[in-house]
Design a protein around this ligand. Structure first.
Ligand code: ZN
Length: 148
């Protein structure tokens, strides 16, 4: 049986090579840009809301495997969620990758592959960049955000 850690690494590599929802959304969508100067990761998150529901979400960008995989899996997790559920998931993901909690809720699901990131503080910003950018898009922030 494959080591769980190897399996997680495989999932991350697979998503970074073939990111899901990697495209621009047509208007009227909202978007935000994020930059992680520590690693050089960049991403733009596009968001299409219908009332309170995330009808569609996509991203584009460049960066390391963790930042790309995180953005890819984030778009998969957030599509169809309400903005309230999305903000809750943001909090849970953030606590998990910063090591604030070891208890993973059911909602975290596949995102649990990023739990190992908490052992590498420099990588936490790679994993959270897309999430910070998503939040900026949700709140219509026009200035590009950075993780610094
Ligand atoms: Zn990175």
């Amino acid at each position: 049986m494959a080591d769980l850690r190897d399996l997680y690494q495989e999932v991350i590599l697979e998503h970074s090579k073939a990111p899901r929802n990697y495209r621009v959304l047509a208007p009227p969508s909202t978007q935000a840009e994020g930059f992680n100067p520590l690693c050089g990761d960049r991403c733009t998150v596009y968001l299409s809301l219908k009332g309170d529901v995330i009808e569609d979400i996509s991203f584009q960008g460049s960066g390391c495997a963790i930042s790309r995989a995180s953005a890819s899996m984030m778009t998969q997790s957030l599509k169809g969620k309400t903005t309230h559920e999305a903000e809750q998931l943001y909090e849970q993901f953030h606590s998990m990758v910063t090591g604030a909690t070891n208890a993973h809720s059911e909602q975290i699901g596949k995102l649990a592959v990023f739990a190992g990131v908490s052992e590498f503080p420099a990588r936490v910003k790679c994993a959270t960049l897309a999430w910070h950018t998503f939040k900026a898009a949700l709140h219509n922030e026009r200035e590009p955000i950075t993780t610094e």
